[in-house]
Design a protein around this ligand. Structure first.
Ligand code: FPP
Length: 253
């Protein structure tokens, strides 16, 4: 019997151990909280709260499956344009999560990092974000990136600006700028690219999420609404991933 197709050479480039059918890095676009709430006649915040439960399940499923990196899109830079009441509800929920979940994440060996424009949440939440990163900095069981006020185009523009500033200061030769120099100026510098990106709720787009890093990611779109995402759905996504033939632009062997 032949090995699952995802075993093919793929992870030599993304950084996963060769011969590993489990993605090293899973990234998730958690979509459908509002529709889940509307279907039950509940306010949208009820959907976001149920979404936070699904985040807990997903962290556990990643640990159980041996995934090393999980990145979740919790608040996009575009989400600031939602009605003020929903923005307040969402930031309140995120603050609650920071205050009440970080101790448990720490106990579970999860290292938490945040990507995105944290300063937009104000000084006190920024301080809590930094405290969470510091508290969990020596954990290694699972690396959890929480994308907050994150937009990939902003991230790419910031990297370009940093490179331009270094070039203007004579620190780098523009002709010598290569992919690695660019990647090292992204908020994910030093991290493996996502192998698998899951989006729930049936929508099939990236919505400004990890645009540089997803160059060779496998995309799996599930019809389930995010609050209903569970271990069985996660297994479905892993199975879809294991059935993909990852070639990174090369010819099949
Ligand atoms: C998309 O659903 C989801 C969000 C904008 C927020 C995601 C936030 C959470 C899952 C809550 C908590 C996160 C953490 C880390 C505790 P939507 O509101 O766009 O749904 P819709 O498309 O059905 O309206």
């Amino acid at each position: 019997m032949s090995a699952p197709k995802a075993l093919l050479r793929a992870n030599e480039i993304s950084g996963s151990p060769a011969g590993e059918a489990v993605p090293r890095h899973v990234a998730v676009i958690m979509d459908g909280n509002g529709r889940w709430a509307a279907a039950r006649g509940l306010p949208r915040i009820a959907g976001h709260r149920a979404g936070a439960e699904a985040v807990r399940r997903t962290i556990r499923a990643c640990v159980d499956a041996g995934v090393e990196w999980l990145t979740i899109y919790a608040f996009s830079s575009e989400n600031w344009r939602r009605p003020a009441a929903e923005v307040a509800d969402l930031t309140g929920l995120l603050r609650h999560y920071l205050r009440h979940e970080v101790a448990e994440l720490d106990r579970g060996g999860v290292r938490v990092r945040f990507i995105g424009e944290r300063a937009r949440f104000g000084p006190s939440m920024t301080a809590e974000i930094e405290a969470a990163e510091l508290r969990t900095a020596s954990n290694a069981r699972l690396n959890l990136n929480i994308a907050l006020s994150y937009g990939a185009r902003d991230e790419i523009v910031a990297a370009a600006r940093a490179l331009a500033a270094d070039a203007a200061a004579g620190l780098i030769d523009p002709a010598a700028i290569a992919e690695a120099a660019f990647a090292n100026r992204l908020t994910t510098a030093g991290q493996p690219d996502p192998d698998l990106i899951i989006r729930t709720s049936g929508e099939q787009r990236l919505s400004n999420f990890l645009l540089w890093q997803s160059a060779y990611a496998e995309l799996v779109f599930l019809d389930v609404l995010w609050p209903d995402f569970d271990a069985a759905q996660f297994t479905l996504a892993l199975e879809a991933y294991a059935g993909r033939e990852r070639r990174f632009g090369a010819r099949p062997v």
